[in-house]
Design a protein around this ligand. Sequence first.
Ligand code: AMP
Length: 432
Amino acid sequence: MNFKQLPLHERILKAVADSGYTEPTPIQLSAIPKVIKGADVIGIAQTGTGKTAAFTLPLLSRLVDRTEANEERHTRVLIIAPTRELVQQIHENVRNYAKYTNLRAGVIFGGIGDKGQIAKLNSGVDILVATPGRLLDLVEKGHGNFHKVETLVLDEADRMLDMGFIPDIRTVVKKLPKSKQTLLFSATLSSQIQSLTKEFLNSPTLVEVERRASPAETIKQSIYEVHEHQKTELLEHLLNSSHEFYAVMIFARTKLGVDELVTALKMEGIEAEGIHGDRSQGQRKRALDAFKKAKIRVLVATDVAARGIDVDGVTHVINYDFPEQSEDYIHRIGRTGRAQAEGVAITFVTRANHVSLKKVEKLIQRTLPRKKAEGFDYDEYEPERDRRPVKQVAAKSGRTGEHQNKYANRKNNAQAKIRSSSGKKRSTKRKR
Ligand code: AMP
């Protein structure tokens, strides 16, 4: 099956051909015919499956012949997604697929001034991609023109639910026409997602593609059992052990954890940047661009900030902290092994993570192979409590004085740096 057999407009097909896609992915094959007919669709699929094209290609195709160059523009397709990175990515995709048409697309998200976004919105766009919070702000201030919205897309609905965005979305949806097409994409069909589909969709068709973790042929997954206090050392050891780690995405649980790790890696001479919700839009964009352009080889992120990020050629994903929700394991490792490329996913597991590991293995229906890093000096000793001050841990671990000093100094310097920078930190208010 090739794209020409799908009911897509020829100008959209031309852009698809430019992108180098030869065959539609499973979600595209099943969703495109339904979306183009105007059906409400529940898509159970994750990033990495080609789901963005699965909804944007048919929606754009439907608009092409119905849009005169000089006509006044109203938003006819509204796409809502949870994070700034994701909306920017979808917007880039839309612009790319619409490059042979006269359709106009816009993007709005929080964390930066709203003047430019308001100007764009008021100039009229056919397709608007937005995060819920900023969208609601602008809608409530009377900007934009939503009375002709024909299609609403809720992308990564499960994450929007987790992030508490549903009340904002509900308020926005009230301002949209009652009769419209709604598409909802989610990685899972939990009972909460099912009740959302009942609330927002009308006789929907379900389109489900296999979890990305199951076709894991392209991702080599493994577990490294390690004491909490040795995780940073093990990480550095791995990164220094092979040149194959050249585009590495590392997941840490907290914002502070991201900052600490970036500082520790930098002190080891490993180029790294971090992204999380407390970093400004500019900082996040710079870090991501540097990673995409291979100026740095390591990007450290929290789950929320990394959501939906699509970077070609990520060679390794390292779960430095074990994911809090089993589903996140699948999202995280999906950053590598994309578009049939080979990828490696490494997960650090401490004693405290064993129950969570069992849950992940149950979810992905396989036991992950346990590995040991060659040449790494594993401590026999296990501290009773995780994350105690490094000096105590090192002293009790029976390591050599040289090692203790090097590690303790490095960690103390890192912590001092973080303390001095956290004074300048912005509030932890939710960014969207
Ligand atoms: P998504 O699931 O939308 O995040 O897409 C994941 C990646 O797959 C993106 O980099 C897309 O550009 C790419 N992609 C989408 N459709 C296809 C296709 N039919 N063939 C190859 N790559 C694709």
